[in-house]
Design a protein around this ligand. Structure first.
Ligand code: C5P
Length: 222
């Protein structure tokens, strides 16, 4: 393989996307937020009222879903069947259901296949839960990010508040703990630290510090 693959996994709101984006920008790699894909699928399922207990309905829905990432200025837009859903997929409405939808085997198989395709012949940074374990088990650099629960809850709360979403700190804390629990206990590719992952606890690190640590790891492996 000629291309370089960086996999970043970890619990919810550990700042994975922030590091992944900064890294991709610095190295001129493609950045893929795999969580955004599960969020887009969830939005579709919610809108269409897909019965998740009906395998045929799930299968049919997945066949109708097309997800695109469009770089636009400093942002990356997520398109669900040509519609820009970048904002809507970050609402609590989607966050409350995404982990449940992400346990469905057919959903994961479809997403993993797309993610692997995105990493073909490209230098890529992908963040998620199962990137270093399932999507790219042979990734060149694997990072497992952690941060203390209170730091994570504060970050997510600030993010939602900045967007004007009225949520309580308790709701945010509950949602994070709930998603982490579902994500790490599901049957299909649960969230797990890959054995060969570099662990980055960023509870007390600035974004610049995180980037330089990760760049050092990259330099060691390239
Ligand atoms: O990364 P983000 O928090 O946006 O992901 C939302 C949810 O999508 C996660 O809580 C998890 O349930 C699911 N997900 C997943 N596998 C990934 C990325 C996200 O199951 N690779």
């Amino acid at each position: 393989r000629q291309n370089f693959i960086i996999a970043i996994d970890g619990f919810s709101s550990c700042g994975k996307s922030t590091v992944a984006k900064a890294l991709a920008k610095k190295l001129h790699f493609v950045f893929v937020d795999s969580g955004a894909m599960y969020r887009a699928v969830t939005l579709y399922f919610l809108r269409e009222g897909v019965d998740v207990t009906n395998a045929e309905a799930v299968h049919a829905a997945l066949a109708n879903i097309h997800i695109d990432f469009i770089p636009n200025m400093d942002k990356i837009q997520i398109l669900l069947n040509e519609e820009d859903v970048s904002e809507e997929i970050r609402t609590m409405y989607v966050s409350e259901k995404v982990s449940e939808i992400s346990t469905i085997k057919e959903v994961r198989q479809a997403m993993v296949a797309q993610q692997q395709k995105l990493g073909r012949r490209r230098n890529i940074v992908m963040d998620g839960r199962d990137i270093g374990t399932t999507v790219f088990p042979d990734a060149d650099l694997k990072i497992f990010m952690t941060a203390s629960p209170s730091v994570r809850a504060e970050r997510r709360f600030a993010e939602l508040a900045a967007k004007g979403e009225k949520v309580s700190m308790d709701d945010v804390k509950y949602n994070l703990a709930h998603r982490d629990h579902i994500d790490s206990t599901r049957q299909e590719s649960p969230l797990r630290q890959a054995e060969d992952a570099f662990v980055l606890d960023n509870s007390d690190l600035t974004q610049d510090e995180q980037l330089s640590i990760v760049l050092q790891e990259y330099e060691k492996r390239r």
